[in-house]
Design a protein around this ligand. Structure first.
Ligand code: DP6
Length: 359
């Protein structure tokens, strides 16, 4: 047993004190994960764009403590102690203690901040949990002198939040097994960016913040309602087919087909919410107005600009980089006024988590 200068007791050979800091992005599903079973396993495979600007930065300061089998964590969200989030993280770590048993050796101060309003339908759990997991695996890899395995990071992130499993990879990620996709698994996501037309590496995702309010029904509760939904089995079949079709469209660079699937996926997701028991709705009147504006503009201009939705009212506007200049006046003049406080995030497809070494 060793005692440090401040009187803390810890075992020899334990992890020494240090700091890790990671930035990890959100992602936007093109074919949606909606419905799960067992321990965070998806009922159907999903595919997403990894984002860039919508991200979480997490820092962990850690030092050894007596390993009494208990966690010792202080959690700060955007500069303030946040008990609700802290508890969510603690519950996750306790549940997965066999994967990261060394966490009880450490006193950890976790500080996290988002680049976007939390619980607004932008997948804050995806960026938040993947950033946390990258920090934890960084501590482990420093101690053991090994590289971080992204497959392991994806596996652990999945256990915290399903969509978080897809935030670890550049460009595009697939989570969930499909017979026709080699290496696909329900346990972790795999990278898919290399397989498609390069235009999808620079795709835009402008996020229109229709409301910054907390969601009335969480995604976790929404997934659970799929168990009693009479359309569930057909939906899972449709998602498998849509995955095949969207991959083909992305390989062929067929934007019309790509857009049709993406929009159908978004509306199907919200339709499933509306026909759950109890029924609920996360779209706001401005969500519908923006969808109508986009469809009208597309019809008139012939520009390949499409929308998708997360489990919330906000719109993700998807379009290729080569039309960015032409569509910009429409976005700024017609769509932006629908956003709360004019708030938008001009995002693009991104490269995945990034280690930050300095403040
Ligand atoms: C609509 O990953 O937030 O964004 O696994 O319960 O944490 P949990 O749910 P979550 O669900 C995301 C659902 C979605 C679609 C998607 O990202 O695929």
């Amino acid at each position: 047993m060793k005692i440090d200068a401040e009187g803390h007791k810890f075992k020899e050979g334990t992890i020494q004190e240090g700091r890790v800091r990671w930035k990890s992005p959100s992602n936007i599903a093109l074919v949606k994960y909606w419905g799960k079973y067992g321990e965070q396993l998806p009922k159907n495979p999903s595919i997403s764009f990894t984002l860039d600007k919508a991200h979480t930065i997490t820092q962990i300061d850690y030092r050894p403590k007596l390993d009494d089998g208990k966690l010792d964590i202080n959690f700060f969200f955007e500069g303030k102690p946040n008990e609700a989030f802290g508890q969510k993280i603690e519950q996750f770590l306790v549940r997965q203690i066999n994967l990261i048993p060394w966490v009880t050796q450490l006193q950890m101060t976790i500080k996290s901040e988002n680049s976007f309003p939390h619980s607004s339908g932008i997948a804050s759990s995806a960026s938040g949990m993947s950033a946390l997991v990258m920090c934890l695996l960084d501590i482990e890899s420093k101690h053991k002198g090994v590289e971080i395995s992204l497959a392991k990071a994806s596996y652990i992130s999945r256990l915290a939040s399903g969509s978080a499993s897809r935030s670890l990879f550049p460009d595009l990620a697939i989570w969930g097994s499909h017979n026709a996709i080699k290496g696909s698994s329900n346990l972790y996501a795999i990278p898919y960016g290399e397989e498609v037309n390069p235009m999808f590496k620079t795709f835009h995702d402008d996020i229109l913040i229709i409301s910054g309010k907390e969601k009335s029904v969480s995604s976790t509760a929404g997934h659970a309602l799929m168990n009693g939904n009479i359309y569930a089995e057909n939906r899972y079949m449709q998602a498998n087919q849509n995955l095949m079709d969207i991959i083909r469209s992305m390989k062929e660079g067929d934007l019309e087909k790509f857009g049709a699937i993406v929009e159908s996926e978004a509306l199907t997701l919200h339709a499933l919410m509306m026909c759950s028991t109890p029924s609920y709705m996360l779209m706001e009147p401005h969500t519908i107005s923006v969808i109508n504006e986009i469809r009208q503009y597309r019809k008139e201009s012939k520009h390949p600009i499409y929308f998708t939705l997360d489990a919330g009212p906000n719109i993700h506007l998807l379009y290729p980089d080569n039309i960015a200049e032409q569509v910009s006046p429409f976005i700024k003049e017609v769509l932006q006024p629908y956003c709360v406080g004019g708030k938008m995030i001009y995002d693009k497809v991104g490269k995945g988590p990034q280690k930050l070494t300095h403040e």
